[in-house]
Write a protein that binds this ligand. Structure first.
Ligand code: WQD
Length: 343
């Protein structure tokens, strides 16, 4: 059984990826500092797959603690690195925390890999590296724009650190997955997005409004240059996104890469506006979402969606889950959280 280390593996995308790795027969070790997730996610993963992943409560910025994980679990073949701070707004308020956490974690992992014979590295990157794209749909050759936030900047800097490390001759192969907007939850509703406090992202706020936790959803602007005036994004089902990571791991371990560092846009290729998404949710669930148009949110880009051709062709992967089906999983998850008394 090939062993994979997943940092941030109790988080939203990490936990869904652990499930898909186990479904494909990988042995998974999770490292997470539980700063933005709960250890009970490990039990939920076991309930889904029947296999309990190894779990180590470790902060990736702690080199010694991280090295102990490599010592304890030998034969790790590759790493999928999710562990990072990821709130755009918070990163503007606390840049140093973001630079330290997101960059030191990466450096520690890259330093330890050659020492323990770990060759594969899959990095959780983001479409924020493109800023406001000049052309749509956006391809991997689109120019990298100056980041709009320290969070986005750490993604750009991390991609460069990985490229420079590989260029220096380190025995590392890397795949950079640039996510668009991950949404939804596992069909079992045993794992999903569990934001701390008031959600910043659209879908958790939308489902909390639909269930009555929030009074109404604020739509941040309808005066953009888009058909209905609201911002457009590429919303991708988190399970489809998780499967892309397994494809990336297989590509590396089966020596199918064309270059030692490759970047892929992981999106659906479908642009959806905020207002279209609200309508799709109401149609998919029959539940109304009280909402009101308010002013624009600082830092929001107007429209972005992926050209996923490269990932489709090279990874043999495609996000093919229907939007309404995806939104139903988000709603089922919100209902489960109420049923379990979580919120
Ligand atoms: C989506 C759209 C908002 C909330 C960010 C990060 C990205 C990734 C995903 C971490 C926008 C609108 C939102 C609300 C609204 N983060 N909106 N009312 O900003 O596209 O991407 O989260 O990996 O890196 O940049 O996602 O969900 O915050 O917003 O109208 O209450 O929904 O204006 O147009 P975003 P989002």
């Amino acid at each position: 059984m090939k062993r994979i280390l997943v940092t941030g593996g109790t988080g939203f995308i990490g936990s869904h990826t652990v499930v898909e790795l186990q479904n494909q027969g990988f042995d998974v070790v999770i490292v997470d500092n539980l700063s933005n997730s709960k250890e009970t996610v490990v039990d939920s993963i076991e309930k889904i797959t029947g296999v309990k992943p190894a779990f180590e409560k470790v902060d990736c910025t702690d080199f010694a603690a991280l090295e102990n994980v490599f010592r304890k679990y030998d034969g790790i073949e590759a790493i999928i690195h999710f562990a990072a701070s990821k709130a755009v707004g918070e990163s503007v308020q606390k840049p140093l925390m973001y630079y330290r956490n997101n960059i030191v974690s990466l450096i520690n992992l890259l330093e330890l890999m050659p020492k323990y014979g770990v060759r594969g590295f899959v990095f959780s990157s983001s479409c924020t590296v493109y800023g406001e794209p000049d052309e749509l749909p956006v391809t991997e050759n689109a120019p990298i724009k100056p980041a709009e936030s320290p969070y986005g900047n750490t993604k750009q800097i991390n991609e460069e650190i990985i490229r420079d490390t590989v260029k220096s001759g380190a025995p590392v192969n890397a795949v950079l997955l640039r996510y668009f907007n991950p949404i939804g939850a596992h069909p079992t509703a045993l794992i999903g997005e569990l934001p701390n406090g008031v959600p910043q992202n659209l879908i958790p706020y939308l489902t909390q409004t639909a269930i009555g936790i929030r009074k109404e959803l604020s739509v941040f602007g309808d005066d953009y240059n888009t058909p209905d005036g609201s911002c457009i994004r590429d919303y991708i089902y988190v399970v489809d996104l998780a499967k892309a990571h397994v494809c990336a791991i297989n590509r590396i371990l089966n020596n199918e890469q064309k270059e030692k560092v490759e970047a892929f846009n992981i999106g659906t290729g479908r642009g959806v506006s905020v207002l279209e998404l609200i309508n799709a949710f109401e149609k998919a669930t029959g539940v109304k979402v009280p909402h009101r148009i308010v002013g624009r949110r600082a830092g929001d880009i107007e429209k972005i969606w992926a050209d996923p051709q490269l990932a489709n062709n090279e990874l043999g992967w495609k996000a093919d889950t229907d939007l309404e089906e995806t939104l139903r999983t988000a709603w089922k998850w919100q209902l489960k959280l109420r049923e379990d008394g979580v919120m």
